[in-house]
Design a protein around this ligand. Structure first.
Ligand SMILES: [Zn+2]
Length: 296
């Protein structure tokens, strides 16, 4: 469980929905094929209608990174947003009445992370709980196999939370603030969904599923060195481009690095070129080049 104080295959219809568990089981494979077909049909129908009026304005106003995307990527992101909004379960908490603006803003930032990846649209995220403002979690520990339905740990105020099992919890005023101001280097949605990518292999250890031994080797060498450098600087009280919260653990390091990779890509590439390189290879995106292109 992570409680945070802050914070290719392109068309959706071609999202790989492969379930390795079904291999070699004829009836399970048949069920899976039917489910896959139904889901693809539902998605095609959804995407055949026009992008809802007003949603583009939410993206332009609340998703800082959207302005840097080329039109082809914007189209891809809009498709992902529609599917994500439709397929996830959304719940307003603490008296919050959820609006399209909230769903679209959160969905777009979550989907930006997987824009270049073969993915299953966060198969480990079923629901998203949104609170109006900072949550102070009750101080208690999870029981074995308990799926949290509200923030746990504490008693520090939190702006987001993601666990191995259970929903992503977000605070709307932090989502809006950090989405509109990428220059701050903080983005609570990137942060929590980076945790969910990290957890796809069943562990929150700062290493998401990678492609092959060489990539794991390079990832470990560079991220371990950067993490220890950040930790040493934090212990000495020295400032660093990377937020000191990333020194808390390897998992937090990956989440913080992801926030800054998408929010402050030029600075990360300049000050941490190797870290930028492994994140660029993992996400299959080059946000610094995007920013440079838009600045010309
Ligand atoms: Zn975190």
């Amino acid at each position: 469980m992570c409680a945070d104080r802050v914070t290719a295959p392109r068309p959706v219809g071609l999202l790989p929905l492969v379930s390795r568990q079904n291999a070699g089981q004829p009836s399970a494979t048949l069920d899976f094929t039917v489910l896959h077909w139904l889901r693809e049909r539902r998605r095609r129908k959804l995407l055949a209608s026009p992008f809802p009026a007003g949603w583009e304005a939410h993206l332009l106003r609340n998703v800082g990174h959207y302005q840097w995307l080329e039109e082809r990527d914007r189209q891809h992101l809009r498709d992902l947003v529609r599917v994500f909004v439709a397929e996830k379960r959304w719940e307003g908490c603490g008296g919050l009445s959820l609006s399209d603006e909230m769903r679209v803003t959160i969905a777009a930032q979550a989907c930006l992370l997987v824009l270049g990846l073969p993915h299953e649209l966060y198969r480990n995220v079923e629901s998203i709980l949104v609170y109006p403002s900072t949550v102070v979690a009750p101080q208690r520990r999870l029981r074995s196999f308990e799926v949290p339905l509200s923030p746990v740990e504490g008693p520090l105020p939190i702006l987001g939370q993601a666990g191995l099992r259970g929903p992503v919890i977000l605070v709307w005023d932090a989502v809006k603030r950090t989405g509109r101001h990428p220059e701050s280097g903080h983005n609570v949605v990137y942060h929590e969904f980076a945790h969910k990518l990290d957890m796809l292999d069943g562990r929150a250890d700062g290493t998401p599923p990678l492609h092959g031994r060489d990539e794991y080797r390079r990832w470990t060498r560079i991220c371990a060195r950067e993490f220890h450098m950040l930790r040493e600087r934090a212990e000495r009280g020295e400032r660093s481009l990377l937020d000191a919260y990333g020194a808390t653990s390897e998992a937090e390091f990956f989440a913080v690095a992801t926030e800054q990779f998408f929010d402050q890509p030029v600075a990360v590439r300049r000050h941490h070129p190797e870290l930028y390189g492994v994140l660029q290879a993992f996400y299959r995106q080059d946000p610094a080049a995007r920013v440079a292109l838009r600045s010309v």
